[in-house]
Design a protein around this ligand. Structure first.
Ligand code: UD1
Length: 427
C-alpha cells in the first residue's frame, strides 16, 4: 500500500493552487439528476470521492463525460432509481441522490451508508425532511425506500432540530421539483449550500435565502440544464494555511477567497500567523517565532469547521502555550490524537475536548489514520517534525486532496509518495 514520507524542517515558499471543493462538487453532481438536460460543471477536483459519485450516477443511467476539470452530466435517461450498497458504502455523500431521485421520479431506493470512522452519523434528518414533503419513507433490508404519493412531492415546512449540511442539501434539491412552496428552517449556511443553490437557480429553480438559516423554495414542474463553476475548496484552503503556519514560510493560496475561511483565519491571526487577502487568493506567512496557543471550538458555518480541527490541533501541538480544542459536530473525531502523541505531542482528551500543550519539536514516526482530515493532519505534523514521518493508509488522502504531494513539494517541502513496490524493496 502506498505511503507518504515527509522529512520535516523546511519552510514553505511559493504558490499553492486551490482546487474546486469536493463537498460542493458532490451535491452539484447529484443535482444533475433533477433535469433532463445536461449540466456542465467546471473546476471539478480529481479525487476518489468524485470517482465514487461518478460510478453511482452512471449506475443510475446518467451519462458523464469528463475532460480534465470539466464535467458534463446528462440525466435525460435514467435506468434505475436504486442506489446499491456496494457503491453507497464507499462514500456517505451517496445519500445525496435520494432527494433528487424522489423529486423527479417519485421514488428511490438508496442503501443506508452504514458505519463511519467519525462516529455514528445517521441520516434521520434527511428522511424526516422527505416525509415532511409528503414522501412515504421506510427502511427495508438496509435500504431507504421513499415514494411520493402521485409521483410528486409537495412543498412543506421542514424544521431541522440541528444543523446538517447533507440534510439541507438533500431537501433543497428535493424541494425544487415539489408542488408549491417549501421552507427549510435552521438550514445549514455553508458556502457549499450557496453554491448548490446557484446551480439550481441556473437550472430554473426559484430559491431565496441560501446562505442564511431559512431557505424558501418555490417548486417547479421541471428544471433544465446549466453551466456552473465549482466554488473553491475552503477546507483545502484552510489545510494549506495551517501547513504554512506549521512549517513556517510565506505562501500564496491561489484561486480561493479569504471569506471562505473567515473563522479559521481569525484564529490563525490570534495565534500570530499573518493571513491576508491578496489579488487572486490569500497570503499566509509565519516567521521564526512559534505560534501562540489559542482555544478553539468547532461549529457549523460560519464557525470554525470540524474538517479543519485535526489540522489545527497539529499546529497547536507545536505552539508556545496551550490550547483547548472542543469538537461539537462529530463524536469520535480525535483519532489523530494517539498518532500525534506518537510523534511527541502532548495532548489530553476529555470527552469532546482536547487539551494541547505545545512542545518545541515533534519527532518523525510511522503513523496512520482512519479518516481524511486526520490523515492530512499527520502529513502536516511531518512538516514540523525532526527526521522522517511515514504516513500509512493514504487512500484516505486520495479521497479529498488533489495532488497533495505535488502541491507541498512545489513549495519546498521534502515529501514524497512511495509506491508499494519500493516500500517492499526498501523494508
Ligand atoms: C458534511 C461534509 C463533512 C463535514 C460535515 C460538517 C460533505 C460531503 N461532507 O457532512 O465533510 O465534516 O458536513 O461540516 O459535504 N446528523 C444526524 N442526522 C442526520 C444528519 C446528520 O444526526 O440525518 C448529525 C451528524 O452525525 C453530525 C451532525 O449532524 O453529528 C452534522 O452532520 P452533517 O452536517 O449532516 O454532515 P454531513 O453532511 O454528513
Amino acid at each position: 500500500m502506498d505511503q507518504i514520507r515527509v522529512r520535516g524542517g523546511r519552510p514553505l515558499r511559493g504558490t499553492i493552487p486551490i482546487s474546486g471543493a469536493k463537498n460542493a462538487a458532490l451535491p452539484l453532481m447529484a443535482a444533475s439528476l433533477l433535469a433532463g438536460a445536461p449540466v456542465r460543471l467546471t473546476n471539478v477536483p480529481d479525487l476518489a470521492d468524485i470517482a465514487s459519485m461518478t460510478s453511482l450516477l452512471r449506475q443510475h443511467g446518467v451519462r458523464i463525460d469528463r475532460d480534465a476539470s470539466d464535467m458534463t452530466l446528462d440525466a435525460a435517461r435514467i435506468d434505475s432509481t436504486t442506489a446499491p450498497y456496494d457503491l453507497v458504502r464507499k462514500m456517505r455523500a451517496s445519500v445525496l441522490v435520494l432527494g433528487p431521485l424522489v423529486a423527479r421520479f417519485g421514488e428511490a431506493k438508496v442503501s443506508l451508508p452504514g458505519g463511519c470512522a467519525i462516529g455514528n452519523r445517521p441520516v434521520d434528518l434527511h428522511l424526516k425532511g422527505l416525509a415532511d414533503l409528503g414522501a412515504e419513507v421506510k427502511i427495508e433490508a438496509g435500504y431507504v425506500e421513499a415514494k411520493a404519493p402521485k409521483s410528486r412531492l409537495r412543498g412543506g415546512r421542514v424544521t431541522f432540530p440541528f444543523v446538517s449540511v447533507g440534510a439541507t442539501e438533500n431537501l433543497l434539491m428535493a424541494a425544487t421539483l415539489a408542488e408549491g412552496e417549501t421552507v427549510l428552517v435552521n438550514a445549514a449556511r455553508e458556502p457549499e449550500i450557496v453554491d448548490l443553490a446557484k446551480l439550481l437557480t441556473a437550472m430554473g429553480a426559484e430559491i431565496e435565502g441560501a446562505g442564511t438559516d431559512t431557505i424558501h423554495i418555490q417548486g417547479k414542474l421541471e428544471l433544465g440544464g446549466a453551466d456552473h463553476r465549482v466554488v473553491a475548496d475552503r477546507i483545502e484552503t484552510g489545510t494549506y494555511a495551517m501547513a504554512a503556519a506549521i512549517a513556517g514560510g510565506d505562501v500564496i493560496l491561489a484561486d480561493t477567497e479569504l471569506v471562505l475561511i473567515d473563522a479559521a483565519a481569525e484564529i490563525l491571526r490570534q495565534a500570530g500567523v499573518t493571513i491576508e487577502a491578496v489579488e487572486g487568493g490569500i497570503r499566509v506567512a509565519r516567521g521564526k517565532d512559534p505560534v501562540l496557543g489559542v482555544d478553539m471550538m468547532t461549529e457549523p458555518y460560519p464557525g470554525f469547521p470540524t474538517d479543519l480541527q485535526a489540522q489545527f490541533m497539529t499546529l497547536m501541538a507545536v505552539s508556545r502555550g496551550a490550547s483547548m480544542i472542543t469538537e461539537t459536530i462529530f463524536e469520535n473525531r480525535f483519532m489523530h490524537v494517539p498518532e500525534l502523541s506518537r510523534m511527541g505531542a502532548n495532548i489530553n482528551v476529555h470527552h469532546a475536548s482536547a487539551m494541547v500543550r505545545g512542545v518545541e519539536r515533534l519527532k518523525g514516526a510511522q503513523v496512520m489514520a482512519t479518516d481524511l482530515r486526520a490523515s492530512v493532519s499527520l502529513v502536516l505534523a511531518g512538516l514540523a517534525a525532526e527526521g522522517e514521518t511515514v504516513v500509512n493508509r493514504i487512500y484516505h488522502l486520495d479521497r479529498g486532496y488533489e495532488d497533495l504531494v505535488g502541491k507541498l513539494s512545489a513549495c519546498g517541502a521534502d515529501v514524497a509518495r512511495v509506491v508499494a513496490d519500493r516500500v517492499a524493496a526498501e523494508e
